[in-house]
Ligand binder design. Sequence first.
Ligand code: SAM
Length: 287
Amino acid sequence: MAGHIPVMSSEVMEWLAVRPDGFYWDGTFGRGGHSRSILDSLSQQGRLWATDRDEAAQAEAGRINDRRFTFKRADLLAALDLLPSGMDGFLWDLGVSTPQLTTPQRGFSFQENGPLDMRMDQSEGETAGELINRLQEKELADLIYTFGEERLSRRIARMICEARKQDSQWTTHRLAEICTRAYPRRHHRIHPATRTFQALRIAVNDELNQIETVLPLALNRLNPSGRAVVISFHSLEDRIVKHTFKAFVAHGFRILTKRPLQANEDERAVNAASRSAKLRAIERGAP
Ligand SMILES: C[S@@+](CC[C@H](N)C(=O)[O-])C[C@H]1O[C@@H](n2cnc3c(N)ncnc32)[C@H](O)[C@@H]1O
């Protein structure tokens, strides 16, 4: 199984500007690359809490034996209830980790054949396969259009609903094959299943709702001069981050990145995942 290369690490550390004695939250621990960099910048008085909803992330966090470090398995919303009150900064590196993508059993990728699952937390909730069996054709088309910005959403939804009459068992390759058939024969810039898979993943994990609900609450928990850094991987996520940050300017916050930062050429060349990353940072005003 592949590991996960943390995206835009030096930019994260530059914009988080860790205070050695501070308290930090990494809300998307993944394989802990960013968390380890934050720990390296903390003094013995500093503390880091990391959270993630993924069981494999929890197992990885168990390898960090450091009394300044605490891990809790939680989604972003649940994490807020667990965290101590104020914080000097937090990082969200959204989306999925490389091991999630490349493990066939997780069902996130059309490159790997596996059950159509897509849950970041496999202990609860509906899988993507169950979701597409439950929805009406129109609901499915709307979901694929809204969360995937897929212009062929109606055709894809119709074909999925036809196929499920024959067989309600879903694999990633079966769905990818339907998306490919739905597209006219020509050269595609991206794989025909990309947008449909994105839409289902967002819906299964309630991703946009989590960001929209929790980001304002988390910003309000920052101490004076505290900072937030958020990396998003598609325009729907980035739009929420951008608008939330803008709204907080009226509450004494300062946007540190006028435009979102992107990975440099060197990083893009070696880490394909970094190519769609957009980093935004904001700082709470001093008292
Ligand atoms: C891109 S990876 C993070 C990688 C990490 N920064 C590293 O250096 O290894 C995204 C992680 O965020 C988690 N995640 C995404 N959305 C989440 C949410 N709403 N609540 C909790 N965890 C979430 C995923 O399970 C995944 O492990």
